[in-house]
Design a protein around this ligand. Structure first.
Ligand SMILES: CC(C)(COP(=O)(O)OP(=O)(O)OC[C@H]1O[C@@H](n2cnc3c(N)ncnc32)[C@H](O)[C@@H]1OP(=O)(O)O)[C@@H](O)C(=O)NCCC(=O)NCCS
Length: 180
């Protein structure tokens, strides 16, 4: 789907791995502050293909049609659980040159819709570094509410870092038992 005049959002397929690898290489320095240490394999098409295919996950990519369809962002659900939890974790980034255009909030809205209507989830959780105000703005715009502070929650850029946790409840229907 188009989320702005030139930017398309769609689920990733393994064939997207080379373009995604190109995007993570381009944004390697920019993303350092927000990410765990990555292996060199992460920056290759093979590494990205493995991530797209990871079980318990669903990946969406942003493509700039005006720039030859190059990948300019990624948003993904991981740790998808059905049963009584019906929940997943949300992560995202956008190319440094594409910040401030509302692209990630638009992607997150669509992913929450898919999480509810296609994956049958009840809840999506996201965590940000305590000082990641841009990411907290994204979550606020998308109706996520703060649920707490998790000390030393994730190993980011070389340290166990505190995170603010947020969630968005997608619906209140009972879980579809038998699908887990
Ligand atoms: C956080 C991030 C995903 C926001 O995506 P986005 O598509 O730029 O989102 P928005 O356009 O809604 O902007 C969100 C906030 O970013 C800030 N922002 C806007 N333009 C910016 C720019 N050029 N540079 C840096 N921050 C900017 C503003 O605070 C904005 O909030 P506002 O709209 O209330 O002013 C993006 O900055 C990013 O990829 N950051 C690095 C990775 C990251 O932090 N991922 C999340 C980990 S929890």
């Amino acid at each position: 789907m188009l989320i702005s005049s030139d930017i398309e959002l769609r689920r990733a397929v393994p064939q997207d791995a080379p373009a995604l690898a190109d995007a993570v290489v381009r944004n390697r320095e920019f993303m350092k502050t927000w990410e765990p240490y990555r292996s060199e394999e992460y920056y290759t098409a093979r590494g990205q293909a493995e991530r797209i295919a990871e079980p318990g996950g669903a990946t969406w990519l942003l493509f700039d049609r005006a720039a030859g369809g190059r990948v300019v962002g990624r948003a993904a659900l991981s740790g998808i659980h059905l049963g009584p939890l019906c929940s997943a974790n949300l992560g995202y980034w956008v190319d440094a040159d594409y910040r401030g255009r509302g692209l990630v909030p638009a992607a997150v809205e669509e992913i929450c819709r898919a999480a509810r209507d296609e994956l049958g989830l009840h809840r999506v959780e996201a965590g940000t570094l305590t000082d990641n105000e841009a990411s907290q703005r994204v979550l606020a715009k998308c109706g996520f509410v703060r649920i707490g502070l998790a000390p030393k929650f994730l190993h980011i850029n070389g340290d166990w870092r505190d995170h603010v946790l947020f969630q968005r409840i997608l619906h209140d229907n009972p879980p579809a038992y038998g699908r887990s």
